[in-house]
Design a protein around this ligand. Structure first.
Ligand code: RP5
Length: 170
């Protein structure tokens, strides 16, 4: 059996980030995108981050999804080591409820972008990574179109239910 090479690297600063970051992995897997998932830390294992990211393109990685909490420098450090796109996920890990991580992730200096999603927005990060890959992958683009159509159908269903309720009350 051959396994598709991972195209997205999902990295997080600690295993305590997994509960939220698993949302990105679930979204990617549902779209059939293989990912490489690791815990590594900008502060605790800086050499490992540098080594992993520097060799990532040669291993088939095309997009990074990077989550961290507190003084969240991981996404920025990843972006410092690669020209591949980096999506940052600020995580709610302290008494500041993720605002600390949001500012640390989003406020990158010009020249080193990190596309930052909402606090704990790992699912959107997974979808956005797939959308980037879909620019060169028609089958993946079709899956993403279906995802949009499914969401629209669910909203229509909710509206129909509400209309029924409103009609019933009148
Ligand atoms: C950050 O510090 C991690 O990304 C995590 O969100 C937070 C707490 O890490 P642990 O102390 O739980 O390992 O670096």
């Amino acid at each position: 059996m051959t396994t598709a090479p991972a195209r997205v690297a999902v990295l997080m600063g600690s295993d305590s980030d997994w509960e939220v970051m698993s949302g990105a992995v679930k979204r990617l897997q549902a779209l059939g995108v293989a990912c490489d998932v690791h815990v590594m830390s900008a502060h605790r294992t800086p050499a490992r981050v540098s080594e992993y990211v520097s060799g990532a393109r040669a291993r088939g990685i095309r997009v990074f999804v990077v989550g961290a909490g507190a003084a969240a420098h991981l996404a920025g450090v990843v972006a410092a080591h690669t020209a591949l796109p980096v999506i940052g996920v600020p995580l709610d890990a302290t008494g500041l409820k993720g605002l600390d991580a949001l500012l640390a992730t989003v406020q990158m200096p010009a020249g080193v972008p990190v596309a930052t999603v909402a606090i704990d927005g790992a699912e959107n990060a997974g979808i956005l990574a797939a959308q980037i890959l879909a620019l060169g992958d028609a089958a993946l683009a079709a899956k993403l179109e279906r995802l949009k159509a499914d969401m629209a159908a669910k909203v229509a269903e909710k509206n129909a239910k509400l209309q029924k309720k409103l009609g019933g009350a009148g």
